[in-house]
Design a binder for this molecule. Structure first.
Ligand code: MV4
Length: 446
């Protein structure tokens, strides 16, 4: 096992990784920007290195400075967390070339999944159902029109180098597609430095269901079941739950097996997530995430597996210590993402934390790097806490979540706690009856 791991991240996920390391007897190195010198992830780590000024491009994304930090501290491995460099293939390659272990997939797999067209193709080969669409990228309007005849309108134009919803355009008919394709190509070039776009059948009312897998370097893969992440606003997840409500046991078992088989087929060797759109009883693969995700704790709550510890263990070459047959879903878990934002306008609300009280009790977990007196800097993601609640049933989980939200206090800044308090009283949420459009309609964006 590693003796020392460098954590190339900040905030709650840096803390989460630190906690796993400590429990495994691993010492930790934090990196930080100048404005994060007093951050909790720096305070808790065994060692820390300042890697640059506040802008992430010059600190948390500064590969050379991070590799230097790993070198001077004698770290053996680097955990990237999520965001920042987590899905940057060239960073993963540099980490390995410098003799460190990248705690994540190899650079080639990151690159493969970063190309949404190549990712879909590899999934088709691996037996995963994908959204029907163009066979590869469409180079111009004519080939797009030809492809759309097979796909059927409305179609969605997506950037091959995109993901996370950036640069998508719906076209209801041929005329709309004639306009959408050049526009989407321009935007893709500007945003991702790659103009390639492809078409998919537009699904009008899907749910976003994702399957968590965990694989080792010895060919073992397990599915840790699924999460429903349909409650999103502007492609930012707000509340997630596991397992997905209203998903029958046979569909769950089938999609879990599909993802296990596909992981083995592509040579996957770490934690990963298969993202699907689920509509009218059918799963359609859209993307694979090759990182530990923000919402991983709900999977931990229903399986009892420490995903971050397992990710570190398999990166060190250890075999998974359990098999699929050892796993079963225990109860239900929900995560509320609490952001430093106005709960009505969603405008940012950085500033000094005057009070911080976290709820506790059975089945309640708070992952947060906040403390009383800490100042939330304006430079980074607004996620400041994750309230994660477990219950033996979905109803018990919701009752516990309502109670925990009443107890939680984050003073001095605005947060999205009041939004979550409203959400847990909504009939559609109580019934688990929502799709990817529900939240945006609810908050009045559309
Ligand atoms: C789609 C779709 C409908 N049809 N693809 C947005 C994020 C990116 N990961 C994929 N996205 C979508 N792809 C087809 N063929 C609708 C969305 C989508 C969405 C997906 C998941 C969660 C929230 C969403 C909000 C708007 C659109």
């Amino acid at each position: 096992m590693f003796e020392k791991v460098l954590i190339a991240n900040r905030g709650e996920i840096a803390l989460r990784i630190h906690r796993a390391c400590k429990e495994m007897g691993i010492s930790t190195v934090a990196i930080h920007s100048t404005v994060d010198a007093d951050a909790m992830h720096v305070r808790l780590a065994d060692e820390s290195v300042c890697v640059g000024p506040a802008p992430a491009a010059r600190s948390y994304l500064n590969a050379a400075a991070i590799l230097s930090a790993a070198t001077v501290t004698n770290a053996e491995a680097i955990h990237p967390g999520y965001g920042f460099l987590a899905e940057n293939a060239s960073f993963a390659r540099m980490v390995e070339e410098h003799g460190f272990t990248f705690i994540g997939p190899n650079a080639d797999l990151i690159a493969l999944m970063g190309d949404k067209v190549a990712a879909k193709r590899s999934m088709v080969e691996a037996g995963v159902p994908v959204v029907p669409g163009s066979d590869g990228p469409v180079e111009d309007v004519d080939s797009a029109l030809a492809a759309a005849e097979h796909v059927g309108y409305p179609v969605l134009v997506k950037a091959a180098a995109g993901g996370g919803g950036r640069g998508m355009k719906v076209a209801a008919d041929q005329d709309a597609l004639r306009t959408a394709v050049p526009l989407a190509r321009q935007e893709a070039q500007a945003s991702f430095g790659n103009p390639a776009v492809f078409l998919e059948r537009f699904l009008s009312h899907p749910r976003h269901i994702e399957v968590q897998v965990l694989a080792d370097k010895h060919g073992q893969v397990v599915s840790l079941f699924e999460r429903d992440c349909s409650l999103q606003r502007k492609h930012q997840k707000v509340l997630e739950e596991a397992p997905a409500p209203r998903l029958d046991e046979s569909a769950r078992a089938r999609i879990g097996e599909v993802c296990r088989k596909a992981s083995a087929r592509i040579g996957y060797e770490t934690a990963g997530t298969f993202e699907f759109l689920y509509q009218d009883g059918e799963f359609f693969f859209i993307e694979m995430n090759t990182r530990i995700q923000v919402e991983h704790p709900i999977t931990e709550m229903i399986t009892g597996i420490d995903l971050v510890a397992e990710m570190i263990r398999v990166a060190a070459g250890e075999p998974l210590g359990f098999a699929q047959a050892d796993l079963k879903i225990n109860g239900h878990a929900i995560e509320c993402r609490i952001n430093a934002e106005d709960p009505e306008t969603f405008g940012p609300s950085p500033g000094r934390i005057s009070d911080f009280h976290t709820p506790g009790g059975l089945g309640v977990r708070v992952d947060s790097a906040l403390y009383s007196g800490y100042s939330v800097p304006p430079h980074y993601d607004s996620l400041v806490a994750k309230l994660v609640v477990h219950g033996q049933t979905r109803a018990a989980c919701l009752a516990r979540l309502r109670r925990a939200l009443e107890e939680m206090v984050i003073g001095g800044i605005l947060t999205t706690i009041p939004l979550h308090q409203r959400l847990v009283a909504e009939p559609a949420i109580v019934d688990g009856n929502y799709d990817i459009h529900w939240l945006e309609r609810y908050v009045g964006l559309k």
